[in-house]
Write a protein that binds this ligand. Structure first.
Ligand code: ZN
Length: 330
């Protein structure tokens, strides 16, 4: 990693957490410099990769980024200063950026296509489909769970195992270019943890199954929602930069359908920034995500409802978001 990425890393606040999509979030350092009250809800996010640094504040909307081949921007230097980087080190970083710029010109720099490593499923995992003619007793509750969620075995290669540690879990393998690169194993009875997952940073669920003839792609938060609607899932309340580039490469109209049960319209703000559409479906009370809607109204109506309520204008998205998310949680 370069001096610049190292410097940012060394001066990040200690109190921070990593999101599944690879962002580090912490109390933003920018807001009071920009006339906004200080952030106390960890709304600053930063992504550090070989591709550089990307910072975004969802409190005051300050953004700064750097990638190899580019000089440091005024905003990026501000960010370094607000993180507490000494002036002489900022100067060193400025020269380092220029040195790298000579090495690789901005034009020749291409963001690499992400690769995901092969991962093994939990021990003893087997496709559920191959047990159907004579399902063992331990498999019955998993089949019942699938039925209660309106998920069908032909929808997706669901797995299960009778091995200890993963009993009573529906295993959803993560595929990328037909290879298994992770999984999530959802507990179908009471008990914690609800999910045991192996997820690589930047991964987007269900990309392989995006039908060529669909002009749009529906972005959900969770895999169960994505399976029911043939969409994709970012498995987070926000989209990481690598996820964004994987989604944009589909070259389809991107429609984000947020869950309705959380406070953070972060993914909505991102959709506006990325030029994506957002759908706020006409869901009755008690329906908080796509799977709920499918269970009440079926797949076809759910899809119709999503498409009929999509919106691309930033202004309209912001207005609709105000009324759509639960009031007490905003
Ligand atoms: Zn801020």
């Amino acid at each position: 990693m370069s001096l610049i990425v190292d410097t940012v890393q060394n001066f990040l606040p200690f109190k921070r957490k990593m999101t599944p999509s690879g962002w580090l979030s912490f109390n933003a350092v920018c807001c009071h410099h920009n006339g906004t009250s200080a952030d106390t809800r960890q709304r600053g996010g930063i992504m550090l990769t070989q591709d550089g640094v990307s910072y975004h504040c969802f409190n005051c909307q300050f953004k700064a980024s750097w990638q190899p081949g580019r000089p440091l921007t005024v905003k990026f230097k501000k960010l370094l200063k607000w993180l507490g980087t000494p002036d002489d080190l900022i100067t060193k970083c400025t020269f380092e950026a220029l040195r790298l710029k000579d090495e690789i010109t901005a034009d020749s720099y291409v963001s690499p296509i992400p690769t995901f490593l092969d991962k093994a499923l939990p021990r003893g995992a087997e496709p559920i489909l191959s047990y159907l003619d004579n399902p063992p007793e331990e498999l019955i509750p998993i089949l019942e769970y699938l039925q209660s969620r309106n998920l069908y075995l032909e929808d997706y290669p669901f797995y299960w195992t009778s091995e200890e540690g993963f009993t009573n879990r529906l295993i959803i393998p993560f595929f990328y270019q037909n290879r298994i690169v992770g999984y999530t194993a959802r507990k179908i009875t009471e008990g914690k943890p609800k999910y045991i997952s192996e997820q690589q940073p930047g991964y987007v669920f269900n990309l392989d199954r995006q039908m060529q003839d669909r002009p749009f792609v529906i972005v959900c938060e969770g895999p169960v929602d994505a399976i029911g609607i043939d969409g994709i899932a970012v498995m987070s309340q926000e989209v990481g930069p690598q996820q964004r580039s994987l989604i944009d490469r589909l070259q389809k109209e991107v429609i984000v359908v947020p869950d309705r049960d959380h406070e953070g319209p972060k993914i909505v703000e991102q959709a506006i920034e990325f030029g994506w559409s957002v759908s706020f479906p006409d869901w009755p009370d008690g329906v908080k995500d796509i799977n709920d809607s499918i269970r009440q109204h079926g797949r076809l109506y759910t899809l119709y409802n999503i498409l009929a309520n999509k919106e691309k204008s930033a202004l309209k998205i912001q207005l609709l978001a105000k009324n759509w998310f639960p009031k007490d949680k905003q």
